[in-house]
Design a protein around this ligand. Structure first.
Ligand code: NAI
Ligand code: MG
Length: 496
């Protein structure tokens, strides 16, 4: 375990945690209509961090009404794209100004190392808002030369309307940013449902969104559980679109719930991403990259490189290198400045990951490193490298969502694409080679929304992200995300 003195939590954070957190509805912070609350837990200790309003169907209803009013007739509906862009930019600025506060909240609530929250989660969230702020003034239709006669035909891209957004706990602030950025840039209004494990940074984001000048009702935040608040939002008849990130299992429930009013749906779901190392790769980079691909964020990444395929000649060497990296990872509370890997997010997730480790070993896999839990307080597990697996094992088939990689040898470039694609998922993939022809031709064959070549886990607000197959519908970030928050209207005018 990492042993440095934990960071002193700043006063602003202590004060924020000390008051019960409420729902944001129509620009006001209100308790849940039922009066109920739930606890947000510090996964490093298992202790209560804050009490949070437990929103339910009734609160979702109020929030959707507020969002509808704001969309149809509030100041937001009349605001120019330029004014809208300035507010979104300001949200980015305010996130940046409060980096330390956001980083501490994220680390306390989610468990991730403070060193990571500071340089990844918080700045990437700020950057996403700035990128999307620029788009507010650039959402254009086109003029279309139609052949039907003398007509002027053009398209308008109009905001889709009231959007329900349901987000997960692995990057709480950043996932809120990915979802809110394009919704606000296009002029939609939002009801956001943060994950019950990690509601705090979204609540703080709500505060700064109001400070930035977002009018009442444009962003409503209903904290609560998936089966109640989340399900009510996905099914709500006055929501025009639902955007969801989380498990493939719940993604399918969202699709069913959305069928009632045929609201539009975008989904960013699970993955079991292949990371492929050829024997002509720069081995130092490839080995460090393979470790980063699975151990970043404790493996709690939808795009985690959880199936490591290594060309047989260099298999032992790469496995040894990744295992050495795993041994060097300092596991400990996220608030320790020298921690590299914090606890998993929750007891449920801890049990699930431990279950996979045990299942792998019981089915005959060997842990070269790791395979066990760490300590007896909080939800810590060891970074784990499994070998001697076969394609039928649960650990090879299913998303573990923890720091557990299965390493498997392969023999030729001809066989690897089929093997890499042999999963219901298709979110991401990695390729490590110095042969550019091999890299590009394999990139074309992989059924994955993102292919990283000689790198992994590179994200940018401008680069679309999303999944093939059961990894999802639609894309987040980049220009593509905006298209999924607009409707196209064709206008056809007789001109003779
Ligand atoms: P989940 O899919 O249950 O939760 C994600 C979000 O959906 C949360 O906000 C939750 O409250 C909400 N939700 C849950 N049930 C719902 C329902 N019936 N209707 C509407 N919303 C609902 O994921 P969970 O249980 O936290 O984790 C389970 C597994 O899901 C993980 O082990 C991992 O494999 C996967 N997962 C994938 C993520 C990704 O980034 N693609 C993120 C989180 C989890
Ligand atoms: Mg769940």
């Amino acid at each position: 375990m990492a042993t440095a003195t934990p960071l002193q939590i700043h006063n602003v954070v202590t004060e924020f945690l000390a008051t019960p957190k409420k729902l944001l509805i129509d620009g006001k912070w209100v308790p849940a209509s039922s009066g109920k609350t739930f606890d947000s837990i510090d996964p490093a200790t298992g202790e209560v961090l804050a009490r949070v309003a437990e929103g339910d169907k009734a609160d979702i209803d109020l929030a959707v009404h507020a969002a509808r009013r704001a969309f149809e007739s509030g100041p937001w509906a009349k605001m120019s794209p330029s004014q809208r862009g300035r507010i979104i930019w300001k949200i980015g600025d305010l996130i940046e100004e409060n980096t330390e506060e956001f980083a501490e909240l994220e680390t306390l609530d989610n468990g991730k190392p403070i060193s990571v929250s500071r340089v990844a989660d918080v700045p990437l969230a700020a950057d996403l808002f700035r990128y999307m702020a620029g788009w507010a003034t650039k959402i254009e239709g086109s003029t279309i030369p139609i052949s039907a006669g003398a007509f002027l035909a053009y398209t308008r891209r109009e905001p889709i309307g009231v959007v329900g957004q349901i987000i997960p706990w692995n990057f709480p602030l950043l996932m809120a940013a990915w979802k809110l950025g394009p919704a606000l840039a296009t002029g939609c209004t939002v009801v956001l449902k943060p994950a019950e494990q990690t509601p705090l940074s979204a609540i703080r984001l709500g505060e700064i969104a109001l400070e930035a000048g977002l009018p009442p009702g444009v962003l409503n935040i209903v904290t609560g559980f998936g089966e109640t608040a989340g399900a009510a939002l996905a099914a709500h008849p006055d929501v025009d679109k639902v955007a969801f990130t989380g498990s493939t299992e719940v993604g399918k429930l969202i699709v069913q719930a959305a069928a009632g009013n045929l609201k539009k749906v975008t989904l960013e779901l699970g993955g079991k991403s292949p990371n492929i190392v050829f024997d002509d790769a720069d081995l130092r980079h490839a080995t460090a990259g393979a470790a980063n691909a699975i151990f970043f964020n404790h493996g709690q990444c939808c795009c985690a490189g959880s199936r490591l395929y290594v060309e047989d000649k260099i298999f032992d060497k790469v496995v040894e290198g990744v295992s050495e990296s795993a041994k060097k990872i300092r596991v400990g509370p996220g608030m320790n400045p020298d921690t590299n890997m914090g606890p998993l997010v929750s007891e449920e997730q801890f049990r699930r990951v431990r279950g996979y480790m045990e299942a792998g070993i019981n089915e005959g896999a060997k842990a070269v490193v790791g395979g066990k839990t760490v300590g007896n307080r909080g939800y810590f597990v060891e970074p784990t490298v499994l070998v001697n697996t076969n394609p039928k094992m649960k650990v090879v088939q299913e998303e573990i969502f923890g720091p557990v990689v299965t390493a498997m040898p392969f023999h030729s470039v001809d066989e690897i694409a089929a093997e890499a694609n042999n999963t219901p998922y298709g979110l991401a993939a990695g390729i490590w080679t110095k042969d550019i022809a091999k890299a590009h031709s394999l990139a074309n064959k992989l059924k994955a929304g993102t292919v990283w070549v000689n790198c992994y886990n590179v994200f940018d607000a401008a680069m679309p992200f999303g999944g093939y197959k059961q990894s999802g519908w639609g894309r987040e970030m980049g220009k593509e995300a905006l298209e999924l928050y607009t409707e196209t209207k064709s206008v056809c005018v007789r001109i003779n």
